[in-house]
Structure formats: structure tokens, C-alpha cells
Write a protein that binds this ligand. Structure first.
Ligand code: BEZ
Length: 213
């Protein structure tokens, strides 16, 4: 079992994928990445998830995010399944799916939770920043499809906080007010947050979302 934690370097790997042999770090380049696992090919929830991911291509590109999926089935199985995804979900799969038959990468990233299933991966998601640091890990059970709008929302939050001394509040969406980091004094905040801020409590100060860099 892997003991990866937020802040750890995402492990690099070479993988057989539906788009040929790929080195993970080379694939990511200098941008952001999402690595996410699926229990198995030719399963209904996974089919919808990969269809949505393909449809969100422009949203990922806007945020400079490369996406790579993983399941423990082989390349030929992936290729046949991709045809099904394309026809049933009315899209074109436009990202690689790792064929992790020996479960090397699944184990490296802790995507197999033996008490849920001994051999198949659960629905893990890793968001990785341009320095290859793991910024988010989430784990869903096989029976629950993930919310890809939530992944975009988290990426928006991560990219904002990477460039500004802010955090994002509950249910925040891109464009809404954000929270000033508690590490900033209200005196300093006057100079930093030129759009102004509202002090609800000394520790709870809201400011309009800074412009993204
Ligand atoms: C699915 O993708 O539909 C699925 C996979 C494994 C268990 C349950 C559902």
C-alpha cells in the first residue's frame, strides 16, 4: 500500500497506454495533471466518467491540465472500450488510458483498497501541480461516479491560491469572493487586496477574487 500524502512528489512512471508507451512526467510537461483510476473496462459508471472527461477537453486545456486515466485491463481491451465510449457518450476519447495489468502504477499510487476490492482499482483522483507536487487526492467507491465539475472547481481554487494569498470558502465557484489568508495582517491586506475587503471577523476577511495570472 502506498503512503502518498498531499505535498509529496507524484511518482514518475513509464506506462503502456491506449496511445502507446508514455512517460508520465514527459506527458505532463510544465503544466498541471490529473491522474485518475477506474475499476474496469466495459463497466457502466466508468463509461460515463470517461465520456464526460473527453467532453471537458476545452475546460482542461483552458486550465493547462493534462488528463490520464488508468485501469488494470490491457491495451486491446481499452481500445475496444474506447469505441464504445465514443459511440455511447457521443464524444471522442482524447486522453490516454493506462493499461496497468501488473498493477504496478495502481500500487505505486495506492489505488487498490483491498477491503473494497482485492484486485480492481477504486476511483482515485490525483491533481498534480507543475512542480509535480500532489495537491489533491480523493477516493470514491466503485459505485459512485465522480463529479467532474468539482474537479474543475478544485483546479480553479488551487490555481488561484498558487498565485495569491487567498483561500476559497465553502461551495466557492470561480468568480465569487475569496478568503484572505490568516497569515496576512489586515494592515498588509489593505495594500495587497486593491479591490478592498470586508472584515466579518478579524480572522474572516472576504475580498473579490483576484485576477488570475
Ligand atoms: C462501473 O463502472 O459501472 C462499476 C465498476 C465496478 C463496480 C461497480 C460499477
Amino acid at each position: 500500500m502506498s503512503d502518498l500524502r498531499l505535498g509529496d512528489k507524484a511518482p514518475n512512471f513509464d506506462a503502456e497506454t491506449s496511445e502507446g508507451k508514455i512517460n508520465f512526467y514527459e506527458f505532463l510537461g510544465d503544466g498541471w495533471g490529473i491522474l485518475f483510476s477506474h475499476p474496469a473496462d466495459y463497466t457502466p459508471v466508468c463509461t460515463t466518467e470517461l465520456g464526460v472527461t473527453a467532453k471537458y477537453k476545452d475546460e482542461f486545456e483552458k486550465r493547462d491540465v493534462k488528463v490520464m486515466a488508468l485501469s488494470v485491463d490491457g491495451v486491446e481491451s481499452h481500445k475496444g472500450w474506447i469505441e464504445d465510449i465514443n459511440s455511447t457518450q457521443n464524444t471522442t476519447v482524447n486522453f490516454p488510458i493506462i493499461a496497468d495489468e501488473d498493477r504496478k502504477i495502481a500500487n505505486l499510487y495506492g489505488m487498490i483498497h483491498p477491503k473494497a476490492d482485492n484486485t480492481l482499482t477504486v476511483r482515485s483522483v490525483f491533481i498534480i501541480d507543475p512542480e509535480k507536487t500532489i495537491k489533491l487526492m480523493i477516493t470514491y467507491p466503485a459505485s459512485t461516479g465522480r463529479n467532474f465539475d468539482e474537479l474543475l472547481r478544485v483546479i480553479d481554487s488551487l490555481q488561484l491560491t498558487a498565485n495569491h494569498k487567498v483561500a476559497t470558502p465553502a461551495n466557492w465557484k470561480n468568480g465569487e469572493d475569496v478568503v484572505i489568508s490568516p497569515a496576512i495582517s489586515s494592515e498588509d491586506a489593505k495594500n495587497i487586496f486593491t479591490k478592498g475587503f470586508k472584515e466579518v471577523k478579524p480572522y474572516l476577511r472576504m475580498t473579490p477574487q483576484p485576477d488570475k495570472k
